[in-house]
Design a protein around this ligand. Structure first.
Ligand code: ADE
Length: 237
């Protein structure tokens, strides 16, 4: 999996991706991260990338030219000189489809993904029409830029790429996979603050443990995410 992030703040991406599980996956050459500074592509002699909005209104807009030239350079580095194929290009924006586990699963099969991170009040619509394949939001709230959303998505997608987590199973059994939240879990000691680990987990009886965990998942999902619970019940009638 090769990520290419078009941004005005490449250091934000580089810093976050260099630690912990992402850092290890990069070291192992399972994923790669290339942060490209859009500003390097502006033809403006003062290195400006933004301008006023036609029609008025608050704030500045990222101009089409630097974004387009940056995208062409990144695409060319992936595909070579004369390919007509389009690389999956995600514009992270609150005006997109809301990111979820199913979308992460689908994207984890791509070889290359370009993330376009906006700043200011957005990007000139004409260049978006030319380069973007997917408009994706991470939720119904507004952030100051696209870098954090791109990092959230890369983190979520990467843990589904084979070899990124040491334990294949842990990517599979997490919350959301079967439409339910994960059951409660415990480690040593057996008693802590007068709270004892549930007996069934100490029993060694695998069928009973599975049953208990499924029941706990149902209880937890009903309590914390009634929307998910109702959908699960509908699907599993
Ligand atoms: N940019 C600003 N807010 C965002 C959001 N919620 N999701 C994706 N990109 C964004």
């Amino acid at each position: 999996m090769n990520y290419h992030i078009m941004t005005l703040f490449p250091e934000m991406i580089e810093q976050s991706m260099s630690t912990s599980i992402m850092g290890k996956a990069i070291e192992k050459n399972i994923i790669s991260v290339e942060a490209v500074n859009i500003r390097d592509y502006t033809l403006d002699k003062h290195k400006k990338v933004d301008d006023y909005t036609y029609g008025g209104g608050a704030g500045m807009l990222m101009a089409a030219q630097p974004v387009y030239d940056c995208h062409r350079a990144v695409s060319k580095s992936i595909l070579g000189e004369d390919s007509k194929r389009k690389v999956r290009t995600i514009y992270v924006t609150p005006q997109g489809q809301v990111f979820d586990q199913a979308m992460a699963q689908e994207l984890s099969a791509e070889e290359d993904i370009i993330f376009l991170c906006g700043h200011y009040e957005g990007i000139d619509e004409r260049v978006l029409e030319e380069v973007v394949t997917d408009y994706v939001s991470i939720g119904d709230y507004v952030l100051t830029g696209g870098e954090l959303p791109a990092l959230v998505m890369m983190d979520c997608i990467s843990r589904l790429v084979p070899g990124v987590l040491n334990n294949e199973e842990s990517a599979q059994t997490e919350s959301f996979d079967d439409g339910l939240l994960e059951y409660p879990q415990y480690t040593r000691p057996e008693v802590w603050m007068d709270k004892k680990v549930p007996d069934v987990l100490m029993s060694g009886h695998h069928a009973n443990i599975e049953k208990w965990r499924h029941e706990q998942s149902l209880i937890r999902t009903k309590e914390r995410r009634p929307d998910m619970y109702n959908e699960y019940i509908k699907q599993n009638k």
